[in-house]
Write a protein that binds this ligand. Structure first.
Ligand code: IVH
Length: 780
């Protein structure tokens, strides 16, 4: 399902505080999308939406430069390095490219270059225009002509060692030994790994038929295939490689970009046949138009055209700005659009009962992919766009995920098309579908009597980040459910012991003894499960895998978490409380202040401005909290109500504890309370746990280590451990790891190359430790 991105307030209306909150949110949200995209190869949002988030971050930062965060998305390039592969430090960083979106941007790019090189008006600039392949970049180190190391881009500086996987692409794509002669003794060849569209489609079709996982688009498929632990799996995937760049500038290699491409081809690489040498902005734009026209017929996805200054000595002189070269730019294609007729609107019911409208379309090809469905998000979205059945709609596929409906073609609307009425009952079980105040989605109230919810919950239960049962994919699960064998998670474990059912399976076509044995083994293997997987597998609304991990760490054991859930269920807070607690800066302390205040019915200070009223009525509140309250309550009666909510609905201590876990918050806390409030959930959970053999406790942060409760900042390039390791270790010892230094920081651990944070530490008088000193400290 596509997660829409929010509408942002106009930039002019932002205060430094709201801007800071927004930047923090953007940093977190974009990091999450990065990880979905790079680590999971399962993006939730389209590239266009991702770009919109990035643009918003840049715009807010441009307005408030002093608020640029250490972890700002504008400071990062590409994917964080996963821990599955060994790390490879790139000799020369693998940078990204600046973008051009229209002809004007291209003209500016050329003009900038002319100015920088100080060229006379009559001297033209030659470029090479190359298709921008929509895959993932890789770097191949050849020493004396022999392939030594192949790596992904990673975060630009450090990538992953996927040598063995890259070798499986075959001699025609990645030669193990360079052809010809005259290559430098040491050279890093760079280019793009991609999958042709047809091969991708064939893979997905076969995977779907066999109930294996499918990929959203060729790029995710290529990324997922290259980052397999077992190179034999990569070997079976149809990956290809175009070479277009190199690492260290090599003397005598070539004088020009086009000459270098020719060399790469002589050495045995594929270079893109559509790369062209042209002059000036006009030449570039001509290539762009040509590729835009031919794009759908190339056989692989491209998302734009890369322009590179041809002369390498000029490239050298032009150099880099921040994280991209001054001598190159990516001219992006707009999202691909098409129009078609909306034949119907299906309502899908999700795991937690939420109703999602899906547009059923007359099949249409958008950018080489046949589209039959598009998401409509929710009922407000349908109303906002006034989408009606029978309408002709404009569709958009931004080279990725699920296509979106952009707009309705007004003058093609059939005369009898009626506004769409969103159902108020569940289309699967017929139960009432309600829409709680403040929520965008309507939800089926049928719970587990609703077949749709049941199946979705079961699918979630066996999914990769939950129980991940080998041999039990979605297809088998649905088949077993349809036979009436599996209704709840515990049934899966019962099946593995049910001789009669297993015999029935053995007797079936296509289900031999081996498959049955594998199925039993797969299920039994999961009778021992990590606590966070168990929590995630329960499918509690708003509890994703990250939140599950935080809960597992906080409570440590299933017994403690289970007891907390049951206790939280004693007092489900109102939406008002949740909103109040969720509002920026409304901390438990603020809630306590509110509850303690005596707010008379009549406003004692009718003339005072709101902020002053708040200061007078609730003494001791800091400015951010006062502002948050002003946002929630515009007047005296509103403040009175907030105080009342805080007083009467102060939810249970346990609920407060869950809501207080950093990264969890009141919405998720409420979802836990609601989940354990339902009797059938309690029964399902108990039955499941009875089938398990062991639940592996999460590692709890130590409360009595030398650094518990301390705030630590790591900076510079650490040499004894990776950033992730350092963070995990510090957290397990009960320390809080922060990205920026303030006067509340206890220690700054600085490796070589530490910069501004070190200066901040000195400014605030914070203790600075070397890595060794830190290790000595935690060793106690
Ligand atoms: S040149 C320093 N050429 O686009 C410049 N990149 O946003 C290095 N890409 O990471 C990149 N086709 O994954 C270059 N013909 C091409 C490309 C290309 C695709 C990708 C590459 C890079 C990203 C930059």
């Amino acid at each position: 399902m596509i997660a829409a991105i929010p509408e942002f307030p106009a930039l002019e209306t932002l205060s430094p505080e709201t801007a800071a909150t927004e930047l923090a949110w953007l940093a977190g949200e974009m990091a999450r999308h990065d990880s979905l995209y790079y680590a999971e190869a399962e993006p939730e949002i389209s590239d266009a939406d991702y770009d919109a988030l990035k643009a918003r971050n840049a715009a807010v930062e441009a307005r408030f430069p002093e608020l640029v965060r250490e972890d700002s998305p504008s400071r990062k390039i590409g994917a964080p390095v996963s821990t599955q592969f060994a790390e490879v430090r790139h000799g020369v960083p693998m940078l990204s490219l600046d973008n051009a979106f229209d002809d004007g941007d291209v003209q500016d790019f050329v003009a900038r270059i002319r100015r920088f090189l100080n060229l006379p008006a009559d001297e033209s600039v030659a470029f090479v225009a190359e298709p921008k392949i929509d895959g993932l970049s890789a770097s191949l180190l050849y020493v004396d002509g022999v392939l030594k190391v192949g790596a992904t881009r990673g975060d630009g500086r450090t990538g992953e060692d996927v040598t063995e996987n890259l070798k499986t692409l075959g001699e025609s794509q990645i030669p193990l030994r360079l052809h010809g002669s005259g290559w430098p003794a040491r050279v890093e060849v760079r280019g793009e790994v991609y999958a042709p569209n047809d091969d991708f489609a064939a893979f997905n079709a076969a995977a779907e038929a066999e109930g294996r996982r499918t990929y959203a688009n060729p790029r995710n498929f290529a990324a997922g295939s290259l980052r397999q632990k077992d190179p034999r799996i990569t070997a079976g995937r149809p990956l290809r490689f175009f070479a277009y760049a190199w690492g260290e500038p090599v003397e005598g290699f070539s004088d020009t970009q086009h000459g270098a491409l020719e060399k790469l081809a002589e050495w045995g690489f594929s270079t893109n046949p559509r790369s062209e040498r042209v002059e000036d902005a006009e030449g570039l734009i001509e290539v762009y138009r040509g590729l835009e026209t031919d794009r759908a017929g190339l056989g692989y996805d491209i998302d734009g055209v890369v322009y590179k200054v041809d002369r390498l000595d000029w490239q050298q002189r032009l150099g880099f700005i921040a994280r991209s070269p001054r001598w190159a730019i990516a001219h992006k294609f707009p999202a691909q659009q098409a129009t078609t007729v909306l034949e119907g609107i299906d309502i899908q019911v999700g795991r937690t009962g939420s109703l999602t409208p899906v547009a059923r379309l007359a099949p249409v090809t958008v950018g080489g992919v046949v589209v039959r469905n598009a998401t409509l998000h929710n009922e407000d979205e349908i109303a906002r766009k006034d989408v009606r059945i029978g309408d002709t709609v404009v569709l958009q596929r931004a080279g990725d995920v699920i296509p979106q409906i952009v707009s309705v073609v007004g003058d093609k609307r059939p005369a009898d098309a009626l506004p769409y009425v969103f159902p108020t009952y569940c289309p699967v079980c017929g139960s009432e579908a309600v829409r709680p105040e403040g929520e965008v989605r309507r939800r089926c109230t049928g719970g587990l009597i609703c077949n749709a919810q049941l199946v979705e919950r079961l699918k979630h239960f066996v999914s990769r980040r939950a129980f991940d049962i080998e041999g039990l994919g979605e297809k088998q699960l649905i088949a077993f459910h349809e036979r009436g064998w599996i209704h709840e998670p515990a049934d899966i474990f019962r099946l593995a012991r049910d001789a009669e059912k297993l015999d029935a399976l053995r007797a079936e076509d296509g289900y031999g003894e081996t498959s049955v044995r594998n199925l039993i083994a797969g299920i039994d293997a999961r009778r021992t499960i990590a606590l966070e997987r168990l929590i995630f597998g329960l499918g509690i609304r708003d509890i994703g895998d990250q939140t599950s991990l935080l809960l597992a760490r906080e409570f440590g054991s299933w017994t403690a978490f289970h007891a907390a859930g049951l206790d939280a269920a004693q007092g489900i807070p109102s939406t008002d409380w949740t909103r109040l607690a969720e509002a920026h800066a409304v901390s438990p302390r603020v809630l306590a202040t509110l509850a303690a205040a005596n707010v008379a019915e009549a406003d004692p200070w009718p003339e005072a401005p709101l902020d002053q009223k708040i200061a007078l009525a609730f003494p001791g509140l800091a400015a951010p909290a006062r502002r948050a309250l002003a946002d929630l309550a515009p007047d005296w009666p509103g403040l009175r109500r907030l105080a009342e909510i805080a007083r009467n609905e102060g939810p249970s201590e346990t609920l407060g504890r869950i809501a207080g876990i950093a990264g969890v918050g009141p919405v998720a806390a409420r979802a836990v309370a609601e989940f354990f409030h339902e009797d059938h959930n309690k029964t399902v959970v108990e039955a499941l746990v009875a089938e398990l053999e062991a639940i592996i406790d999460a590692e709890r942060p130590q409360a009595d280590s030398p650094v518990s409760g301390k705030t630590v900042v790591f900076t510079g390039s650490l040499e004894r451990f990776t950033r992730d390791e350092a963070k995990a270790r510090a957290e397990s010892l009960g320390a809080k790891v922060s990205g920026s230094v303030s006067k509340k920081t206890d220690y700054v651990v600085a490796g070589p190359g530490a910069g501004s944070k070190l200066a901040d530490a000195q400014k605030h008088g914070v203790a600075v430790l070397t890595e060794d000193e830190w290790l000595a400290l935690i060793a106690g």
